[in-house]
Design a protein around this ligand. Structure first.
Ligand code: GLN
Length: 439
């Protein structure tokens, strides 16, 4: 299992060997869209917390002078003229960006099958999807190419593939990490997230890339220092919204989740909680997100960005049409404004519950990974895969998906904290992982 500690590159040859290994083994997974063989360098004088640590980046994040496709034909020749803030920060900390990973087109999807460059396979079973939309990044960690990888999470795109591929996936509080240089999907929901095998590695990367950035007015680290708090009482309490999770859970996930709860009960207080408006999350998300998508996609008009041809995939087009419709005059009140109002209620429910419990716990995905191709023609059933992850983005909360033992598949268990409690969530997740990884 790769960790930051055991995968530092020590010579030019070691870096070459890593590229060779990836080229050979990734032919079964297709997790990378491009390898930065001419761009990545080993440097023995490099200092910093990530000195010569190889990292993979989702291909919707800009790295200067390299192609960034967002998984779309529209951008297949587009070279970024600048670095995203997180790329600058990773490189200043000494990281080696080894390449860009596959994703659903413009991060829209839950299986990485919407990539214009073909799907990615799950290393736990290559006939299965790796989840999405950051499936490529999840696979680079799961297949042991790199110790940590970066993704983006608008409605679950880091936690969901982490859960499908048996690795840890962390999405911080909205605004903790600058989105400058990240290709926007739903701007009020988008947040960078981190994949890894150890919670400590994720913490290290998070501390390198977090912080306010004058180039992103929604990055708000200062606020986080003020409002973060530790536990309600000495014994950590975990709230489970049973009324919500009972629906739609597959037998396998349900069984595993119950085993995990029973084990955690030995050490933590388990509380049955109620989130009265959470049932509306998926409906609210699939109104608000497409409106933001429709607005963000307007720049790919072939003049400012993108090729002057109709090369967008079906899922992207579907969302542009949906978002344009639900925000148009005459319909905005009925759909978009109403969804905004319910979004507020969902957030208020979460806030209330955090005065009773420290974390909320539920499965990350309702089902185990499915066969490649199985749901591709059924967008509604694909949208249902996000049921447990989208409420977190609507409320801007930090959350982590922690894997059970690979057997050979694994189930992701999601822990959700109150806004700005990212540090305590990560600290306590080390303990959660120690227990869950054996189940
Ligand atoms: N699967 C969700 C969607 O299709 C989430 C995507 C994401 O988080 N980028 O919208």
């Amino acid at each position: 299992m790769k960790t930051i500690e055991n995968s530092k590159i020590n010579s030019d040859q070691e870096l070459k060997d890593l590229f060779q290994l990836i080229e050979k083994e990734d032919s079964q997974y297709h997790s990378f869209l491009s390898l930065h063989k001419n761009y990545a360098r080993f440097d023995e004088n490099r200092q910093g917390k990530l000195a010569n640590v190889p990292i993979a980046i989702k291909d919707n994040i800009c790295v200067e002078n390299t192609i960034v496709t967002a998984g779309s034909k529209v951008l297949e020749d587009f070279t970024s003229p600048y670095d995203a803030t997180i790329i600058e920060k990773l490189q200043n900390a000494g990281a080696i960006i080894v390449g860009k990973t596959n994703l659903d087109e413009f991060a829209m999807g839950s299986s990485t099958e919407n990539s214009a460059f073909g799907p990615t396979n799950n290393p736990l079973d290559t006939s299965l999807v790796p989840g999405g939309s950051s499936g490529g990044s999840a696979v680079t960690v799961s297949a042991n190419f790199v110790p940590v990888a970066i993704g983006t999470d608008t409605g679950g795109s880091v936690r969901h593939p982490a859960s499908m591929c048996g690795v840890i996936g962390f999405k911080p509080t909205y605004g903790e990490i600058s989105r400058y240089g990240v290709i926007a999907m739903g701007s009020s929901l988008d947040q960078i997230g981190i994949f890894g095998n150890r919670v400590g590695d994720i913490e290290t990367v998070f501390n390198v890339i977090r912080g306010s950035d004058p180039k992103d007015s929604t990055s708000q680290i200062e606020k986080s220092k003020k409002s973060a708090k530790m536990h309600n009482s000495e014994k950590i309490s975990l709230g489970i919204p049973y009324h919500f999770i009972q629906k739609g859970l597959s037998v396998e996930v349900k069984e595993k989740f119950e085993m995990v709860v029973e084990k955690l009960r030995e050490k933590y207080e388990i509380v049955d909680i109620s989130l009265p408006h959470i049932d509306y999350s998926l409906a609210v998300y699939y109104i608000i997100m497409p409106v933001e998508v429709a607005s963000n996609m307007a720049r790919y008009d072939g003049v400012r960005y993108g090729k002057n041809k109709n090369s967008l995939g079906d899922e992207v087009k579907r969302r542009i049409i949906l978002g344009t419709y639900t925000s148009s005059a005459g319909y905005a009140d009925k759909y978009y404004h109403r969804a905004q109002a319910v979004r507020k209620l969902i957030l208020e429910d979460f806030k209330k519950v955090y005065s009773q419990v420290d974390y909320i716990m539920m499965p990350t995905s309702p089902v185990l990974p499915w066969k490649i191709g199985e749901k591709i023609n059924d967008p509604m059933s694909m949208y249902l895969m996000d049921i447990f992850t989208v409420p977190v983005n609507l409320a801007g909360l930090p959350a982590i998906s922690i894997p059970t033992k690979r057997d050979p598949l694994s189930v992701g268990i999601q822990f959700i904290a109150n806004q700005f409690n990212d540090d305590s969530l990560l600290k306590d997740s080390k303990e959660f992982l120690e227990i869950i990884k054996n189940i």
